[in-house]
Design a protein around this ligand. Structure first.
Ligand SMILES: [Zn+2]
Length: 215
C-alpha cells in the first residue's frame, strides 16, 4: 500500500475539511471554498464534489487544492497534522528515486538532442568541406594543363583523382540520402571523410605550391 491509500484509510475529505475550518452541515453539504458560493453547492463525505464549479476528489486532493500543494506534500501534511501512523519515510525515498528517474530521463533527452545537433552540424560542415574538395580537384585539373609529366603523374594528383568519385558519392549521400544513410556515413566513415578531405587539400597545396616554387 502506498502513502496515498494509507492516508485515505485514515481520513475522509470531510474530516480534513472540518479540521482546516470548513463548516459542514449534518447532511454533508457545505458552501464550496473553491468558488464564491452563496448556497451550499458542495457535498463532502469520503470524497468531495462541488455541483456548481465542478471541483472534486478525495481527501488528499482537497488538501492539495486548499493549500496549493503537490499530492505528495498534501499527504505528508495530513500525516503530520493528524499524526497518522503512516510511515512516510519509505514513500519519501520512493519519491527521491522518482526524482532521480526524472532527472536521468531529462539528461538522456538532452544527450540525444545534443547528438542530433552535432550530427546535423557535421552534415552541413562536411557538405561544405567536400564541395570545396571538388573545387580543389578542379583547380588542379586546370593547373596541370601543359605541365611536365612528373607533376601530372605525381602521387598527390593520383590520390586526388582517386578521391574524386568517393567525394561525389559522399556528397550524394549527404545532400540527397535519407537519414539512415547519412547516419551510417557519420558513424562509419567520419574519420575517412576527414582524412580524404585533408589529403586533397594538402595535395593541391603541394602540387600548385611546389610547381610555382620551381617554375
Ligand atoms: Zn465550487
Amino acid at each position: 500500500m502506498n502513502i496515498f491509500s494509507e492516508v485515505k484509510e485514515h481520513l475522509t475529505a470531510r474530516q480534513a475539511a472540518e479540521y482546516y475550518g470548513l463548516k459542514v452541515k449534518r447532511n454533508g453539504t457545505t458552501c464550496c471554498p473553491f468558488h464564491d458560493d452563496k448556497h451550499p453547492s458542495m457535498k463532502i463525505e469520503k470524497n468531495y464534489h462541488c455541483f456548481a464549479c465542478g471541483v472534486g476528489g478525495d481527501v488528499i486532493d482537497y488538501v492539495s487544492r486548499m493549500f496549493g500543494l503537490s499530492q505528495f506534500d498534501a499527504a505528508l501534511k495530513l500525516i503530520g497534522d493528524f499524526t497518522l501512523p503512516v510511515d512516510a519515510k519509505g514513500s519519501a525515498e520512493l519519491s527521491v528515486q522518482e526524482k532521480e528517474r526524472i532527472h536521468r530521463e531529462k539528461a538522456e533527452r538532452e544527450r540525444i538532442a545534443h547528438i542530433k545537433e552535432r550530427f546535423e552540424k557535421w552534415c552541413s560542415q562536411t557538405i561544405d568541406i567536400l564541395r570545396n574538395c571538388i573545387l580543389e580537384v578542379d583547380d588542379v585539373n586546370h593547373f596541370l594543363i601543359g605541365k611536365p609529366l612528373d607533376i601530372i603523374f605525381s602521387e598527390d594528383y593520383a590520390q586526388m583523382l582517386h578521391a574524386e568519385p568517393l567525394i561525389n558519392y559522399w556528397l550524394d549521400i549527404l545532400c540527397m540520402g535519407d537519414i539512415s544513410e547519412r547516419q551510417e556515413l557519420f558513424l562509419m566513415d567520419r574519420k575517412k571523410v576527414e582524412e580524404i578531405a585533408g589529403r586533397v587539400c594538402a595535395g593541391r597545396k603541394r602540387i600548385m605550391g611546389c610547381s610555382r616554387g620551381s617554375a
